[in-house]
Design a protein around this ligand. Sequence first.
Ligand SMILES: [Zn+2]
Length: 511
Amino acid sequence: MAVARTRSVALVGVTGRIVEVEADVGNGLAGIHLIGLPDTALSEARDRVRSAVVNSTYPWPDARIIVSLFPASLPKRGSQFDLAIAMAILGAAGVIPADRIAEPFFLGELGLDGRIRPVRGVLPSILGAAKQGDATVIVPSANSAEAALVPDVKVFPVAHLRQLVEWLRKGEDAPEPQAEECVELPKSTTEPAVDLADVVGQPVARRALEVCAAGGHNLWMLGPPGTGKTMLAERLPTLLPDLELDHALEVTAIHSVAGVLPSNAPMMSRPPFVSPHHTATAAAIIGGGSTIVRPGAVSLAHRGVLFMDEAPEFPRHVLDALRQPLESGRVTVSRSAGSVTFPARFTLVLAANPCPCAQAEDQGEDCKCSPTVRRRYLGRLSGPLLDRVDMKVTVVRASRRELMADRQFAESSKTVAERVLVARERAAKRLAGTPWRTNAEIPSSVLHSDYRPSPEAMKPMTSCLDSGTLTARGLDRAVRVSWTLADLANKDRPEEDETTAALHFWLGVTS
Ligand SMILES: [Zn+2]
């Protein structure tokens, strides 16, 4: 037996694509050759595989070894093919029966001592393998909890090359290493550490957060430092319901590819909250990387919240790059080797100080920024970006009396989340049979044809449109928010109260 075949999975973005791995051990100068567009990491696989096999005390074939990975057109990056390459070589060399490795998928990086190390993107890789039906997947034991999230797939976690080889040599009937059954979606057990009731003195901003959570709307908060903008944004996820299973799998797959999935709690059932700093690189925010394209903050925030504090401080090209994901729910990262598309449907929360000196009004020192400086500062947030924001809130510092008065009205996250859930269910019922689940996702064309409030209710908006205070895009934004306000008020359609309130949120109101 000189040729053996097995299978692995390559990741294109967050999609797993099946890769065939074939090894041919034959006459010729001893050495190993890899064919099929290997990148640097894959070339290093040669050395790792050889050391792992030798250190696991198996003979290394003293022959010419050709390993090919196909389809050759798929970019194969990273170290997750080590295990499949080792299997194919050991199969061709007659160390393990070739028929035992032909069907299963092997994922894992090899340590020089034969240890099987965890790899990124196990969840999307197994989802890719599962498309074939009836799949068996061998994974590193450190990835076993993540692997077990995929139903209807036989998963065998292994810790060492030797353990795997000995099992494969024993034949079909040998007891499995330690088969993992598929697990139930774990419920989020940890209660959020923060609560909306912590933010007193900002009733309008709290209400805006509730609307934002109920409809998936983008929010812009404007106000001096120390007024609680960050506190407010951090509490938005506490108002959101758990992710549904399909969304939880999407979110988990992205975090797996990014290599940031906690190994003890692999399923992300809560909406993520991602808050990149304005000094972060464009690749860290949008996605990118030199050898392996990784998802950025916009994708890590998929189905959750992307919070950009001090938004005008972000580089212009980063802010402009937000427009594509805000419109399409996806982000395409172009690189010389080709482009990769990642999901990126998030709720955007922008926060901005009114001026660059960021002087809190009551810190004794007055802001000396001229109106021109202030205008130019906020002008960094381009019109097209702000046009994609549904709601604006001006946050001002509350007086002691306002704080005291508001304290009794500050509801807990739990209370507000219950209203949000009811409103979301109303919207989901109305949108049943469409690809959208929240009002923010309804495209303009559908909004105009199917979800137009009555002419009576539209009156406040049409007059703003006539006077030029509302753009056509702004109108769409405000109509979507009015539907969410109707959902929160248990109404079947927005009435004038809702359209007026939505208009105030779009134009920006002072709390
Ligand atoms: Zn200033």
